[in-house]
Write a protein that binds this ligand. Structure first.
Ligand code: HEM
Ligand code: HEM
Length: 142
């Protein structure tokens, strides 16, 4: 099951990254042009949120069912090996912060009105995207 979930996590990573890039750029342009918020863009922001929430849940499962969690027991050794530190700490922590920011963006856009929705969404989605891009294991994606 673990291997299957890692594959799913990798496949969904493409989906989440594409959705984040498309929505980040689209919402930024709409905010600049002061456009009225559309139903299509509400759906785009929702699908993007769902894709990163799915990554979060699958990420937690593979974290606790794979080697990552057990490697935490010898914290010193885990931190001194850069590839172990990446998988055990840097990747999960940075992704969690990115997903939290994206969720805050979605949530505050829901309460905002009209074109302000675009500025909330673009700000939080783009900052979340940058964090995620910084700590995706690119060697495993390509
Ligand atoms: C948008 C968010 C995320 C993206 C784009 C992402 C992307 C990826 C990618 C591309 C891999 C490599 C998969 C492979 O080896 O084929 C990976 C591995 C991993 N991710 Fe994530 N991830 C995200 C969030 C998370 C979160 C929130 C956690 C944990 C709480 C997590 C935990 C892990 C773990 C433990 C691995 C290593 C799996 C293994 O080889 O055993 N990920 N992630
Ligand atoms: C660790 C697991 C998860 C956590 C901590 C989490 C957390 C949250 C939070 C805090 C919100 C609130 C956003 C708001 O204020 O509207 C939210 C919204 C949402 N989440 Fe998650 N989520 C998780 C997993 C999932 C999963 C697995 C899915 C679906 C596959 C999902 C789908 C959604 C959707 C659709 C919304 C938006 C609802 C709306 O339109 O208001 N989440 N989530």
């Amino acid at each position: 099951m673990h291997t299957g979930l890692v594959h799913l996590h990798r496949t969904l990573a493409y989906v989440a990254l594409v959705l984040l890039i498309v929505s980040g750029i689209k919402f930024l342009m709409a905010a600049r042009a002061k456009k009225e918020f559309t139903e299509g863009d509400r759906k785009l922001s929702l699908y993007t949120l769902i894709s990163v929430h799915l990554q979060l849940v699958i990420g937690f499962v593979i974290y606790f069912t794979g080697l990552s969690f057990s490697q935490l027991k010898d914290f010193g050794a885990a931190m001194s090996d850069s590839s172990v530190r990446f998988q055990v700490l840097e990747h999960p922590l940075t992704m969690i912060i990115g997903v939290v920011l994206i969720t805050i963006g979605y949530s505050s856009a829901k309460r905002a009105e009209g074109t302000a929705k675009y500025s909330k969404l673009s700000r939080f989605y783009l900052i979340g995207l940058v964090l995620i891009l910084l700590r995706v294991p690119w060697d495993k994606l390509f």
